[in-house]
Design a protein around this ligand. Structure first.
Ligand code: SF4
Ligand code: FES
Length: 281
């Protein structure tokens, strides 16, 4: 971490604001002067401004620990989470903040996530099985090997913050493109050994606004705060679709119900789970 520079304890914060009901122009840039301290995050700075200087300032947040994905914005020109960005790492004498590009704005730094979540919904981001009865009323737990878990684990870390979408040059030119978050989630479920939804997701993923619109700029993976690597997920999806087209894709049946692996070892410090309250077997 950089040494704290006392001369930078007073900074200028420039915020791109938006209020559709404002007379004159709904967009304007506002400047504030703020005293900052070591350890202060961009989200802390926004709280301080709202509490002491401007109660009309709008931004979204919830967890303050890079888990909920609510505080995504453009910080000094780069998409990032406000709660996960130290001012001393980015600011210098001036900190510029703006809402995420590629999203409509509700107000100030608050993006409109309606389309984002519609696209997410369109890839059916949930486990599907051919056996509907088993899907509705699972008869037991579905165990996976470590290999099967590793196949999709990285992609399940997504917190739906939207930073990848805001950095994507393809989304910037086509509002129809499904985008890196939703496509990475399509792959997350396709790669899960318990899932059988490849065919039904294919209609969306392989459409004209699907994976083949991606030009592999890789910016989505650069800005992702959770290491999801959506660019990789999109390339893996492309591979699956090409193999499927060439009839070389091995049809994968959802893994059958089975007991835990025989030699499964428990970590010694993890306590035993409580007894089941309902036993369906
Ligand atoms: S893939 Fe990364 S950047 Fe994109 S929504 Fe998920 S966590 Fe955010
Ligand atoms: S407030 Fe939850 S990710 Fe920043």
């Amino acid at each position: 971490m950089r040494q704290w520079d006392r001369r930078l304890s007073e900074i200028t914060v420039c915020i791109d604001r938006y209020d559709r009901e404002r007379k004159g122009s709904p967009r304007w840039r506002q400047q504030y002067t703020l005293q900052v301290e070591p350890g202060m995050t961009v989200l802390d700075a926004l709280h301080a401004l709202k509490e002491t200087q401007d109660a009309t300032l709008c931004y979204r947040y919830s967890c303050r620990m890079a888990v909920c994905g609510s505080c995504a914005m453009l910080i000094k020109g780069r998409p990032a989470l406000a709660c996960n960005t130290q001012i001393q790492e980015v600011a210098g004498r001036t900190l510029t903040l703006a809402p995420m590009p590629n999203f409509d704005v509700v107000r100030d730094l608050v993006p409109d996530l309606t389309r984002f979540f519609e696209k997410h919904r369109s890839v059916q981001p949930y486990l599907q099985r051919e056996d509907q009865e088993e899907l509705e009323n699972p008869s037991g737990e579905y165990f996976q090997s470590l290999e099967q878990l590793v196949n999709y684990l990285q992609f399940s870390y997504c917190i739906r913050c939207g930073l990848c979408v805001s950095a994507c040059p393809t989304v910037a030119t086509s509002d129809q493109y499904i985008g890196p978050m939703a496509l990475a989630q399509a792959h997350r479920y396709n790669a899960d050994s318990r899932d059988g939804g490849f065919r039904s997701r294919k209609t969306v993923v392989d459409s004209s606004s699907g994976v083949f619109s991606c030009h592999y700029a890789g910016e989505c993976s650069n800005v992702c705060p959770k290491g999801v690597d959506p660019a990789r997920a999109i390339q893996l999806l492309k591979r699956e679709l090409v193999l499927d087209y060439l009839r070389l894709r091995r049809p994968r049946r959802p893994s059958p119900l089975c007991g835990p692996p025989e030699h499964a070892a428990r970590f010694p410090d993890i306590p035993e789970p409580p007894p089941r309250t309902v036993d369906r077997r």
